[in-house]
Design a protein around this ligand. Structure first.
Ligand SMILES: Nc1ncnc2c1ncn2[C@@H]1O[C@H](COP(=O)(O)OP(=O)(O)OP(=O)(O)O)[C@@H](O)[C@H]1O
Length: 867
């Protein structure tokens, strides 16, 4: 059956099917003449994503097949759209010149672009890494590897699936690969929001991976990278290298090292914390993540580094202090900051540029940019050295000026090169003699011909002699029949016309050969010189990658200084104690979003393991409890990435884990969190405590009934307080003022409330954190603020008072039974004091004696009562 179908296919479709079969799961862009075509299912998908017309093509007598395509020059426009839509795209090109072959042109896939493996500037986002992740599942632990092929960064880690999941959430890879056999495990443990691709099981094997890595790095072992013992990490990393090969990415010398993401080195934040604190991504559309406030970097690579810093805050005091020391130097020295900023600004993305060099995809303009960037290294190095600040001097030492490379590009590459290497004017004059000569010939052609014409005219006396050119005979001298007899002997006749004869001379022939070949030759020479330059640059991949790291670091620290200056942040004092003392702390993001006439109200938060370990914060909705919790964590986090903090002063005893839990109902709108999930997540905190943990619990327990909620919240707080080993510092925001009771029973639990003032039945939010619990949950007042009809609000108050009167005595249900029955109709005037007054006023009015003006005034008075 299959055979007969094959026989009927057109040769082109046969070739297509053969190639397509080699790249299962990929959308194949098949070059036919000036078009890239897609067929069958691919065409249906492509037409949808690209919004191009879907047609049908006859496939011999076999059948008709869907077809959709676009002109080859529109590739830059269409490819990113396909990749962004999550497709893996195999680009199949014509491998020989169609003019030079008879029949079907040889074709083959030259690149497989996948969401996680791309160099395309249109697919990549400037200040964002584009990671490919690979996960290897072991018995208890899993391994993960992240690669950004556009920068050469390669990292790996091994750990419990929860940790791997957190890393995935932090790095947000564009694509995740794992072995076919692990699909069920993957689906059970990881979110389904990523583009995934599975590989054969044999690729996820230790020996295979180990060899792949040592081959890539040209080493005997992996000890030097500190990953020797990370079995699953090695497997995941090796699979990535295999995947690059499978996607036709073979020149990957810029991937010269791999680093271990050391769990112990960074603050442990689970995925909820990264998300809940809105570090990189806002939780809701239109929200502002912290990165938007802190990122004032000048280079794309600095911006990428800052994102990594934010999800991996440091725990090492010395390292944090080193960053802070530099920020302080920048804050104090405006001039230094200005000069460095000026040099960083035009730097561009040397990290991605040098990767393009390594894979042979750099274009002439990019090489020029590399030269410009290298020229900036010198002033930066000098400035850093001059500063006298120790870490900056260290950075200066690490900067490599790459002088020889700079000189060579400067000498050879044109100052205004074209985008492509075949457009001429690539190489400067004086670089290559032959090139200069050819240029002379090509550009001085007209002069030369005129000179020759004049010379021959004079010599022969043929006044009408002219030099001309046609495609068939090339250059010739034309002599009208009248002068035929004056033609010198050595001229060779080429063509006879009715009125004239055409000749060539030896000199003209030599010239013709030169000029006709000159342009082709010029291109060949220019491209050769350019390739040599690229090869030379390739020798500088490592030093330039190092430069990129130094520049990115300086860029991030400059950004911190600028932000500190603009937003009035202070330098935190990092200590080895287990205490936090934040004076007049603020929320870095909310303070920027308040209307102009509103000031963010700062608050003090002091916590330690001996006296004030747990703070219970009560207060009405909207009072600012969540803001306070988050600002505390953000201040700690900012301090530990080496940034100044929004406060008057901050003593930060290093924190090693930050946990965040938000009560179920806060997330319900997303449909992703149920009470059960909330409880499992809380359980995971309680099982992973440390003495330096900072825990934020916001409305835990509110996803269930009041009594369940209070009980669960109560027992969690008790557990945290009485934990035999660890005294984790905890901020617990709650509506359940019942929890205030805990402070009387446990010495390290303290009550605070975010104060509000009640004036004339209205709530004024003071946003001040004060000692002591609060008596009401104020929910009813908020309902009033939200425009709930007055009778409903009044009735709620009535019920609440009743419940509160007797609440310890009986259960909720019984209390409810005792709540006096309500009749909204009747109570309209009775229950509301304002309405009561209105009624009294109305009763007093004698309409018969009221003048119209008095009536109006009375009406006004009545209105003012119910306002
Ligand atoms: N210290 C502050 N100064 C000024 N405005 C603040 C302050 N704290 C909070 N706000 C404002 O109040 C809003 C509500 O704060 P927040 O969400 O923290 O209240 P909440 O007490 O957690 O409320 P809920 O219990 O309903 O979650 C914030 O979005 C912010 O605009």
């Amino acid at each position: 059956m299959a055979k007969s179908k094959e026989a009927k296919e057109t040769p082109l479709m046969k070739q297509y099917n053969q190639i397509k079969a080699k790249y299962p799961g990929a959308l194949l862009l098949f070059r036919v003449g000036d078009f890239y075509e897609t067929f069958g299912e691919d065409a249906v998908k492509a037409s949808k994503v690209l919004n191009v017309v879907l047609t049908k093509r006859a496939n011999g007598s076999a059948s008709h097949i869907e077809l959709a395509g676009f002109p080859h020059h529109a590739m830059d426009n269409y490819l990113p759209k396909l990749v962004r839509a999550g497709h893996r795209v195999a680009i199949c090109d014509q491998l020989e010149d169609p003019k030079s072959v008879k029949g079907i042109v040889k074709r083959g896939v030259t690149e497989l672009v996948t969401p996680g493996v791309s160099f395309d500037d249109n697919v990549l986002e400037q200040g964002k890494n584009n990671y490919l992740a690979s996960i290897a599942f072991g018995k208890e632990e899993a391994g993960v590897a992240f690669l950004d092929i556009s920068t050469g960064e390669f990292m790996t880690a091994t750990g419990k699936p929860g940790y791997i999941d957190k890393l995935i959430q932090s790095f947000q890879p564009s694509e995740i690969i794992f072995s076919k056999g692990d699909r069920a495990q993957y689906e059970a443990q990881f979110a389904d929001q990523y583009n995934t691709h599975t590989l054969e099981d044999w690729i996820y094997a230790f020996d295979f991976a180990y060899e792949k890595l040592t081959n890539q790095f040209k080493t005997n072992s992996l000890k030097g990278f500190g990953i020797e013992n990370l079995a699953e990490g090695i497997i995941a990393s090796g699979a990535i290298l295999h995947y690059l090969e499978a996607t036709e990415h073979k020149d990957i010398d810029h991937i010269a090292t791999i680093s271990r993401i050391e769990e112990e080195q960074y603050v442990w934040m689970d995925k909820f914390t990264v998300r809940n604190l809105e570090l990189i991504f806002p939780q809701q559309e239109g929200g502002v993540p912290l990165i938007d406030i802190l990122d004032k970097t000048q280079t794309p690579m600095g911006s990428r580094m800052l994102k990594r810093w934010m999800v991996l805050p440091l725990k090492d005091k010395i390292a944090i202090q080193e960053r802070l020391e530099v920020v302080e130097a920048f804050v104090k020295n405006n001039e230094l900051r200005e000069t460095l900023s000026q040099s960083l600004n035009p730097m561009g993305d040397i990290e991605r540029l040098i990767s393009k060099v390594a894979v042979g995809r750099v274009n002439p303009r990019e090489l020029l940019q590399l030269k410009k960037a290298l020229a900036l290294m010198k002033p930066i190095k000098e400035e850093l050295q001059k500063s006298g600040i120790k870490p900056l001097v260290k950075f200066a030492d690490q900067l490599n000026l790459c002088e020889f490379l700079f000189e060579q590009i400067e000498i050879q590459l044109s100052d205004d090169p074209p985008l492509l290497t075949n457009q001429g004017n690539l190489i400067k004059e004086g670089v290559n003699e032959e090139l200069d000569e050819l240029r002379k010939i090509a550009f001085s052609g007209k002069d030369f011909l005129l000179q020759l014409q004049n010379k021959e005219k004079e010599r022969t006396g043929i006044s009408s002699l002219k030099v001309a050119y046609n495609k068939v005979f090339g250059y010739y001298l034309e002599v009208s029949n009248a002068h035929k007899d004056k033609v010198p002997e050595e001229w060779i006749r080429k063509q006879t016309l009715v009125n004239a004869e055409r000749y060539i001379t030896e000199e003209l022939k030599i010239y013709e050969e030169k000029i006709l070949g000159a342009e082709d030759k010029m291109l060949v020479i220019e491209q050769r010189i350019f390739q040599e330059l690229v090869r030379l640059a390739n020798d500088y991949v490592n030093p330039i990658q190092q430069n990129a790291r130094v520049i990115s670091t300086v860029d991030c620290l400059l950004s911190f200084a600028l932000v500190a200056d603009n937003n009035k942040y202070v330098k935190p004092n990092i200590t080895s104690e287990k205490a936090l003392e934040i004076k007049q702390g603020r929320h870095a993001v909310i303070e920027k979003q308040l209307p102009h006439d509103e000031e963010y109200i700062p608050n003090d938060v002091t916590m330690d393991n001996d006296e004030q370990q747990i703070i219970i914060i009560t207060g009405p909705n909207m009072a600012g409890k969540s803001a306070l919790l988050r600002q505390t964590a953000l201040i700690v986090l900012m301090a530990q990435i080496g940034c100044y903090v929004p406060a008057k002063s901050a003593e930060i005893g290093i924190v090693d884990k930050i946990f965040t839990r938000v009560g179920a109902s806060d997330n319900l709108s997303k449909g992703e969190s149920t009470f059960m999930v909330e409880m499992t997540e809380t359980a995971s905190i309680l099982n992973n405590l440390s003495d330096r943990s900072l825990i934020l619990m916001d409305e835990i327990g509110r996803g269930t009934s009041t009594y369940d909620g209070v009980s669960i919240a109560w027992s969690i707080v008790e557990f945290l307080h009485n934990h035999p080993k660890f005294k984790a510092k905890t901020l617990f925001a709650t509506h359940y003022h019942e929890l205030n009771q805990l402070a009387t029973d446990f010495p390290r639990i303290h009550n605070y409330n975010v104060s509000v003032k009640e004036i004339d039945g209205e709530i004024i939010f003071m946003r001040k954190l004060k000692r002591g619990g609060s008596e009401h949950s104020f929910g009813i007042h908020v309902a009033h603020l939200a425009g709930m009809p007055n009778p409903v609000v009044l009735r709620a108050n009535e019920i609440m008072h009743h419940l509160e009167k007797d609440k310890i005595k009986q259960g909720f249900k019984q209390n409810m039974q005792e709540v006096p029955k309500n009749n909204y109709q009747l109570s309209m005037f009775d229950a509301d004091p304002a309405m009561k007054e209105v009624r009294e006023l109305l009763d007093q009015i004698d309409i018969n004696t009221l003048s119209p003006v008095e009536a109006l005034l009375k009406l006004n008075e009545l209105k003012s009562k119910i306002r």
